[in-house]
Design a protein around this ligand. Structure first.
Ligand code: PLP
Length: 454
């Protein structure tokens, strides 16, 4: 084998996600740690892209997938089914009995795309074809394929493709840190009333679905809507015959200390998307869960969901999902997320004094740390400073992996990072995250951002 080329553009044949940086080559991973080919260790405080739930390097999951690949790797989902597909569907519907049907795909964007199409087809089958509009939140992130991107309010991803996006109605997200209500009761946005206003304005006969992330991910950065918000959303959706799609790609599958984040509000959606932590990163796997009531009109009408992808209902990826869930149960990892959550947030609290840290919030093992230029006015750092990007690089240099998020404050400005470690993280590793985080912050403060003293 020829020696590996340097891992950067233009020396490698890989079309990298960023053509201006070089990439360490990760050789192996275990628990919360990644090790590159030079032996350097990185504390993976975001489990990749908020994906790695059961920890890196779980042999049982790799073995279950290998065994399935040997038995039968792939069958065409239009002609056959397979044991892992049946088992995973049954497992997911037992965990959340409100939903009776599971449809498997490969990514979050695909799941969102399919969920919105399903909502549309549901109304057509019910002879209400005028119901086609989607209402979503701003900020929000639902994926990068064109329908999912249309639903997403993330300007810097949308701008290049604006002419190709479809119209989606956006209403303000419940984003407590940046809402003008400052936590007061009676806020139209934070109560959810703003959804009712939008449905009335658009005409309920035109609205098919409302989509929201129960806990904000790469959008409002781990903001948790107040108690009563999703109860009100459910009430409004029922009153106006609008399907509620809960996008749990990032916050579902145990990340917030409950299997589905929506359980914190005690309500059910009509369709749920779930991904990322579902397979813990061992397979590109996502799913939509739908109530029997959503699917029945299709079964009784045309008989088939008008949507198909070659690799949906894939035997090996579903075997990865089954094995990841059985590991999650055997080690009681969702309970562990709930138990470790106070440890994480108490440890992160020491960062609150830092002049650049405006807010720290979240639920379970999902934390958002929002940076500001001025704590008292919550003024964001000007985007031109690219603070989140500099901070993330400084953290990586300190051996800490965090997830940057930008633009949430006003569509352009806004810098935050997410912390979302594997569910297996221990107290010592949490202390290490905070220590390396502070090192990176101090590094950025000195070199890439001059803080204006207030
Ligand atoms: C809430 C939410 N929905 C959808 C997606 C899209 O998922 P994917 O990147 O797997 O396509 C993401 C990705 O971060 C997400 O956070």
């Amino acid at each position: 084998m020829p020696p590996l080329q340097p891992h950067r553009y233009p020396d490698s044949n890989v079309f990298y996600r960023n053509l201006r940086r070089s990439y360490p080559l990760i050789d192996r991973a275990e628990g919360c740690w990644l090790v590159d080919t030079s032996g350097r260790r990185y504390l993976d405080a975001t489990g990749g892209a908020m994906v790695v739930s059961v920890g890196h390097g779980v042999a049982e999951i790799a073995e279950a997938m290998a065994a399935q690949a040997k038995r039968v790797a792939y069958v065409n989902g239009t002609a056959f089914t397979s044991e892992p597909v049946e088992r995973l569907a049954s497992d997911l519907c037992q965990r959340s009995p409100a939903y009776g049907k599971s449809y498997f795909l490969g990514s979050g964007s695909e799941a969102v795309e399919a969920a919105l199409k399903l909502a549309r087809q549901h109304w057509v089958e019910r002879k209400r074809p005028s119901k086609h509009k989607v209402i979503a939140l701003t900020p929000s992130y639902h994926g990068n394929t064109l329908l999912a991107l249309s639903a997403s309010a993330r300007e810097h991803y949308r701008i290049l493709y604006r002419e190709w996006l479809v119209d989606v109605v956006h209403i303000p997200a419940p984003y407590a840190y940046r809402c003008s209500c400052a936590g007061a009761s009676g806020c139209r946005i934070c109560s959810g009333d703003v959804l009712e206003e939008a449905i009335r304005r658009e005409g309920s006969e035109t609205v098919a679905a409302f989509i929201a992330e129960p806990v904000g991910g790469s959008s409002t950065g781990a903001s948790v809507p107040r108690r009563g918000y999703f109860e009100r959303i459910r009430e409004i959706c029922d009153a106006y015959d609008v399907l509620f799609v809960a996008d749990e790609i990032l916050c579902g599958a145990g990340r917030t200390g409950r299997w589905l984040a929506l359980e914190h509000w005690g309500v059910n959606a009509d369709i749920v998307t779930i991904g990322k932590a579902l397979s813990g990163g061992y397979a590109p796997l996502s799913a939509i869960l739908a109530t029997e009531g959503v699917v029945a009109p299709i079964a009784e009408g045309s008989g088939a969901f008008v949507h198909a992808q070659t690799f949906s209902h894939h035997a090996v990826t579903c075997a990865g999902g089954v094995a990841a869930l059985s590991y999650l149960d055997a080690h009681r990892l969702v309970e562990r997320v709930a138990a470790m959550s106070p440890v994480l947030f108490e440890a992160l609290a020491v960062l609150r004094d830092h002049p650049l840290v405006g807010d720290i919030r979240g639920r379970g093992l999902l934390a958002g740390i929002e940076f500001v230029a001025d704590k008292s006015t919550r003024t964001p750092i000007p985007r031109a400073k690219r603070f989140a990007e500099h901070f993330t690089q400084a953290a990586q240099d300190a051996g800490l992996i965090v997830w940057p998020n930008v633009g949430h404050a006003d569509g352009v400005n806004g810098d935050l990072v997410l912390i979302a470690p594997p569910f297996t993280i221990g107290s010592d590793e949490i202390a290490e995250i905070v220590s390396r985080f502070r090192t990176a912050l101090d590094e950025c403060r000195g070199e890439t951002f001059t803080h204006r003293k207030s």
